[in-house]
Ligand binder design. Structure first.
Ligand SMILES: Cc1cc2nc3c(=O)[nH]c(=O)nc-3n(C[C@H](O)[C@H](O)[C@H](O)COP(=O)(O)OP(=O)(O)OC[C@H]3O[C@@H](n4cnc5c(N)ncnc54)[C@H](O)[C@@H]3O)c2cc1C
Length: 496
């Protein structure tokens, strides 16, 4: 198994429950014990924040055109990485638990009609009957107490955005979460150490969040059949004449020193390295001739879930509050708009002072797709995605937020994203696609052209889920694993 994010964690639990000894190779560190057991907050990031960089690379770093959020740091195996392509940057989590360590915990089930449209090979009623409930239960999804939401300090910023959205005739909805809302309430009361209320999110949470190391992966470890090797980056996949796969991995220490190049053999290989990681591994294998029979579909169908960030400037009498929960709990749901569907989460600005800033991450329906190619010179995948391909996402976000601005006589913020750009869509938190289900794989994630080779993560989803994606990734992995276990896997196979 390569990687330890949502897809990999599901595969690890279901395989180990079935008695299959499973080795998981993860390029990041373990954050749930030992020397790196604690995370740093966003207000004073240190080397734990960022994956091998001299300076932090916060997504929202500019305020009044000044870079107030970033710090010079020591190079280290920190928890958040930003992978830069020519005209798109992708944020990903690094560590045991993948994106679950750094994400905003929003656990949203997608709309049925949109799931049916994006993944036509999937039995949609079965997903909602079995796999979404299973995923939500294992992930520990919970809902905010609506009465507490109305009176707490932590979500004054969300209540203001809700009022302004309603004034524009737009619907809002609470967003389920894997952050423990009961813990959050106690944070505000002052009876437990603060995490969401101490600006902890993108560099990890020390409390409150049910990341995968506490849910799926903890359960898989309890079976006794899972072994996790950290700081192992898989570089190559080869097929041996006897049908087994050999993986070549670089083992480093947390400071980046190469400790050795290790080889692992397995008769069954699951790729859960995320949209970027799994796609790159398969592309490299195809283009270097190690797995030449892989489909030409590998590398296609990539999208950033139509992500657009934007800010609005509030009037002086509309304060957003100094105390803000770093875990979003409210979304503006304008997905039914026939021309410009948008689902926008109301994002926090947890800097500890009043900013009069309302911030949003809009998820839009952008039909544009990118494509990866393999670059021999750098031995890495290159994403072919142009800024122009992001324009439909900006148009959609603008249509919704122009309405909100008109209804509230407010304007966009022009100081947040460099220059005077009011919209930011040159980065995404939601990379999806590259090894799309029923194209580069069969309808259950079995990679076309090879036996016993599977993809189990966000690479399977063709670029868009219409909502935050991890619940969909988890439920899809549950569905695929159920079939693969029933049809392909005999217990007591082993790795060496
Ligand atoms: C800041 C941020 C906020 C987000 N907020 C939300 C949210 O609130 N709700 C939501 O639904 N989604 C959110 N997301 C997105 C969500 O986290 C991802 O969609 C999800 O983690 C993807 O799951 P995955 O299984 O595809 O892979 P990942 O979770 O990305 O896991 C892949 C793992 O594989 C490892 N890996 C990669 N390559 C290799 C290799 N070659 N060898 C070994 N290991 C490798 C990586 O280090 C990583 O740990 C957010 C993401 C970010 C970055």
């Amino acid at each position: 198994m390569i990687g330890s994010g949502y897809g990999a964690a599901v595969a690890a639990l279901r395989l180990t429950e079935a008695g299959v000894p499973t080795l998981m190779l993860e390029m990041g560190q373990s954050w749930s014990g030992g020397a790196s057991a604690s995370f740093c907050g966003m207000r004073s990031p240190d080397e734990r924040s960022t994956w091998f960089a001299e300076r932090t690379r916060a997504p929202l770093s500019s305020f009044l055109w000044m870079d107030l959020a970033n710090r010079t740091i020591r190079r280290h195996a920190g928890v958040l990485d930003r992978v830069d392509f020519d005209e798109m940057s992708v944020y990903v989590g690094r560590g045991v638990g993948g994106g679950s360590l750094v994400n905003g915990a929003m656990a949203v089930t997608p709309r049925r009609d949109y799931l049916a449209e994006t993944l036509p090979c999937v039995d949609v009623p079965e997903m909602y009957r079995t796999h979404f409930p299973r995923a939500r239960a294992e992930l520990g999804v919970n809902e905010i107490d609506p009465d507490w939401f109305e009176t707490c300090r932590s979500y004054a910023y969300a209540r203001l955005s809700r009022k302004q959205a309603h004034r524009a005739g737009l619907a809002t909805t609470f967003v389920p979460s894997v952050y423990d809302f009961d813990y959050l309430r106690r944070e505000e009361e002052g009876s437990v150490p603060r995490s969401a209320l101490a600006a902890e999110v993108i560099y990890g949470n020390n409390h409150g969040k049910r990341s995968l190391d506490q849910t799926y992966l903890a359960a898989a470890l309890r079976t006794g059949y899972l072994t996790i090797r950290t700081l192992h980056e898989v570089r190559e996949i080869e097929l041996e004449p006897d049908g087994r796969y050999t993986l070549t991995a670089r083992e480093i220490d947390a400071e980046g020193t190469l400790l050795g190049v290790r080889r692992f053999g397995t008769d069954r290989l699951f790729l859960g390295a995320g949209s970027l990681g799994s796609t790159e591994l398969l592309l490299r294998a195809r283009e270097t001739g190690r797995l030449p029979g892989l489909s030409t579909e590998v590398g296609r169908g990539w999208g950033g879930n139509g992500n657009v960030m934007l800010g609005r400037a509030n009037h002086l009498w509309n304060t957003t509050g100094r105390l803000q929960s770093a875990m979003p709990a409210l979304g503006i749901d304008n997905w039914d708009d026939p021309e410009h569907p948008v689902f926008a989460e109301v994002a926090p600005v947890p800097v500890g002072v009043e900013t009069w800033l309302s911030l949003y991450l809009a998820i839009t329906r952008n039909p544009e797709r990118g494509r990866f190619s393999y670059d021999l010179a750098t031995d890495s995948a290159r994403l072919c995605w142009s800024a122009a391909q992001g324009q439909p996402a900006i148009d959609a976000a603008k249509a919704t937020f122009d309405r909100i601005n008109r209804a509230n006589r407010t304007i966009y913020r022009y100081d947040l994203f460099g220059g005077t750009r009011p919209f930011e869509n040159r980065f995404t938190y939601h990379p999806l696609g590259g090894v799309v289900l029923d194209k580069a794989t069969d309808a259950y994630g079995r990679v076309r052209g090879y036996r016993n080779l599977y993809v189990t993560d966000g690479a399977l989803i063709p670029g868009s889920t219409g909502v935050n994606p991890f619940v969909t990734i988890t439920a899809l992995a549950e569905r695929n694993l159920e079939r693969v276990l029933a049809e392909d896997v005999q217990p007591a196979r082993s790795f060496s």
